[in-house]
Design a protein around this ligand. Structure first.
Ligand code: PLP
Length: 444
């Protein structure tokens, strides 16, 4: 670490080992656009391959530009090590493939991004990994679905469309008693939520969203909290306790703390086994772009969240809106979780149900001038989308409802424009929606 600070504003600029480029003293992180790195000698080469020495071999597995991004995101999350990947999807897939194989299972929250749902419900299942979905409103549901082949719990901090904050501590504690790590997708709540503080073992990110922040580059990250005992329940975690024949029979859970002094077996295995075998490496140019975003993330996030709070206040009692979904306005357990985990902020996504249902929703989206109609979140620009016909369209109607996607639901992702301009644009959409014939089909 070049800084001991835990303040995100400082960590985003100085976290990790990079101060200046060793070769040139350049202050901005250089783009190391290279595939390979020359070995100093045969001994050096063989030490690198045997993990006796850590160093660059080939960019599919390690790259100095990617390393700066990895170290900074790890520092920001309070983790011990991280692995950058080509996309958030690769990060969620790897996080499961790093613990589970055919015949194993994981328990996953029902409140997750539609793409993750597809990956888990179809692609992982086709590979023989059973994914059991648990309603997070009752953390005990995770326990109920657990058996001796359960290798991980998986959840999202602040999943749209419901925007319910996941009970991280409650579920992490259930898992830890059984040797089951909680993996948390913290894409929508960087900085404002620190899953490791509540017992999560692994955090993943789609860097594509707020961390990159400008809608230019796709990337993902796995962060290892270094806080999980992979050897305490050897039968629960075979990948970390049985010899890995692809790596000279190494026992990852035992070997890694000896080599590195910290238990970062999850990150190391993801890098040297999964990146080696499956690829999904991030391009150094994309890491560079994402580092630019990361450097201003703390500042941008405050503005995103503050704009969203104003927009939510405007929409809350609007006559065309039958329901608003925004953590500040929740009751009961949802409110308590938002308060406990989000550090006094509420993120920058808002859901609204328009009184005129599906047709009202379409008219609203088509009328917007400033907002972009895109399948993305966490851009500097304000975004709007109708999930039922786009992001969640590959789910069945029943699955959509389970995920909280009602037919007339609109997701707003509030950007960095002046908030008065954002609200003016929403007024245009609401006006168009009001002109649609018929009454509410989705009032609750
Ligand atoms: N996780 C969440 C919460 C997301 O919203 C997304 C994408 O929208 C992903 C993961 C997947 O990330 P990527 O698009 O970078 O593959």
């Amino acid at each position: 670490m070049t800084t001991k600070s835990r303040h995100p504003e400082t960590v985003a600029l100085h976290g990790g080992n990079f101060r200046t480029d060793i070769a040139t003293n350049a202050v901005a992180v250089p783009i190391y656009q290279t595939t390979s790195y020359e070995f100093n000698s045969c001994e050096h080469a063989s030490n690198l391959f045997a993990l006796k020495e850590l160093g660059n071999i080939y960019t599919r597995i390690m790259n100095p530009t990617n390393a700066v991004l990895e170290e900074r995101v790890a520092a920001l999350e309070g983790g011990m090590a991280a692995v950058a990947l080509s996309s958030g999807q690769a990060a969620s897939a790897f996080s499961i493939q790093n613990v589970a194989k055919a015949g194993d299972n994981i328990v996953c929250s029902t409140d997750i991004y539609g793409g993750t749902w597809n990956l888990f419900n179809n692609t992982l299942r086709a590979l023989g990994i059973d994914v059991r979905f648990a309603d997070p409103n009752n953390p005990d549901n995770f326990k109920k679905l657990t058996d001796n082949k359960t290798r991980a719990y998986y959840a999202e901090t602040l999943a749209n469309p419901k925007l319910n904050v996941f009970p991280i501590e409650e579920v992490a504690n259930i898992g830890r008693k059984e040797g089951i790590p909680l993996i948390v997708d913290n894409t929508a709540a960087p900085i404002i939520c620190k899953p490791f503080d509540y017992g999560a073992a692994v955090v993943i990110h789609s860097l594509t969203k707020w961390i990159g922040g400008h809608g230019t580059s796709v990337g993902g990250m796995i962060v290892d909290g270094g806080n999980f005992d992979w050897v305490a329940f050897p039968e629960r975690q075979p990948f970390f306790n049985q010899p890995d024949n692809s790596y000279h029979g190494v026992l990852w859970g035992e070997a890694i703390p000896k080599i590195f002094g910290v238990q970062i077996a999850f990150a190391i295995r993801a890098r040297v086994v999964l990146l080696r075998d499956l690829g999904s490496a991030i391009a150094p140019q994309n890491s560079f772009n994402l580092i630019q975003g990361l450097e201003t993330l703390p500042l941008r996030l405050k503005q995103h969240n503050s704009n969203a709070e104003h927009v939510a206040g405007f929409l809350k009692d609007h006559e065309e809106v039958s329901r608003i979904i925004y953590p500040k306005f929740f009751d009961g357990r949802s409110k308590q979780n938002a308060k406990k985990y989000l550090d006094g902020e509420y993120g920058s996504m808002i859901g609204i149900e328009l009184k005129k249902g599906v047709e009202g929703g379409k008219a609203f989206i088509d009328a917007l001038k400033l907002h972009y109609h895109v399948a993305n979140i966490g851009d500097a620009r304000s975004l709007a989308i109708h999930p039922a016909s786009t992001t969640h369209s590959q789910l069945t109607a029943e699955e959509q409802l389970k995920a909280g996607v009602t037919p007339g639901y609109i997701r707003l992702c509030v950007g960095l424009e002046h908030v008065e301009d954002i609200i003016e644009d929403l007024k245009i959409g609401l006006e168009a929606s009001s002109k649609v014939a018929g009454s509410s089909s989705s009032k609750n």
